[in-house]
Write a protein that binds this ligand. Structure first.
Ligand code: V07
Length: 255
């Protein structure tokens, strides 16, 4: 799976890389895009302006990751906890996928991006679910980078749902409890056959996992920055990747 992913993405001749990361890139980068509200507050803007700036930054980071050759990118767009926010803010957030789809889908298709979703999308407003389906439909024949949106995602809920899914196999007689291994269980998670994230980035100074990919990130490297998500430039991304490579170089031989 990994080699296939890398082979598909590897070096497009017209795209100059600013530094060589060959062989040392994360196969799966996961990002907690925090600090959009704070970014707006600091500028005296309403919170929704921060979310909008965050969406624009996300678009740029997808491009950056594609150009750098990162095969799989997971973005934590909306957690199961985010429903607790004021209703007008939640409504605004639920409109962002539509705006993103309207402005970005052509470029995503052009880049060959395969869009995936994790999380319980059945609880999203119907108009947001429609966008989810249209996005999947438009990118289903792509074979480039995977962009995985976590929408109404929670790691514990995902594990419970995987446990139920395996239990159903046992109830149906297609498995026995003796068949349950880590590998088998993992297949019931929403990330399915994707590689585990090897680097998790969280912006805005918070140093917690907050129920994000809690099973999958068991062996991940973590990189935290005080930079707020709307200010997460290519330079900051490259800094994270360089530090990731440094850690791999120092510890890789000892494993
Ligand atoms: C959201 C912008 C990014 C920063 C974090 C919170 C706010 C893009 C999407 C999206 C989702 C599905 C899709 C296409 C785009 C999105 C939400 C919030 C809920 F198919 N940004 N973004 N969804 N933010």
């Amino acid at each position: 799976m990994l080699n296939r992913l890398f082979a598909r993405i590897r070096k497009r001749p017209h795209e100059k890389e600013r530094f060589s990361l060959e062989g040392n890139l994360p196969a799966h980068l996961a990002i907690i895009m925090d600090g959009n509200g704070r970014w707006a507050n600091r500028r005296g803007l309403p919170r929704f302006a921060g979310h909008h700036a965050g969406m624009k930054r996300m678009r740029q980071v997808i491009r950056d990751c594609d150009e750098l050759g990162i095969p799989c990118l997971t973005l934590y767009a909306f957690s199961t906890e985010n429903w607790k926010r004021p209703q007008d803010e939640v409504e605004y957030l639920m409109r962002l996928p539509e705006e993103f789809f309207a402005s970005e889908i052509d470029e995503l298709v052009e880049r060959g991006v395969r869009v995936r979703f994790i999380g319980d999308t059945s609880k999203l407003p119907q108009h947001t679910q429609d966008i989810v389906h249209r996005t999947l439909e438009r990118t289903k024949d792509s074979n480039g980078m995977i962009v995985n949106f976590a929408l109404n995602y929670g790691g514990r809920a995902e594990i419970v749902s995987a446990a139920k899914s395996f239990a159903r196999e046992v109830a149906a007689g297609t498995a026995t409890w003796d068949d349950l291994t880590e590998e088998r269980f993992q297949q019931h998670l929403s990330t399915g056959s994707l590689p585990d994230p090897d680097l998790v980035i969280r912006t805005s100074g918070e140093m917690r996992l907050s129920n994000f990919l809690i099973w999958q990130a068991a062996y991940a490297e973590f990189w935290f920055t005080d930079v707020l998500w709307p200010d997460f430039t290519r330079d900051v991304l490259e800094q994270a990747l360089r530090e990731f490579q440094g850690r791999k170089r120092r510890f890789g031989g000892l494993k």
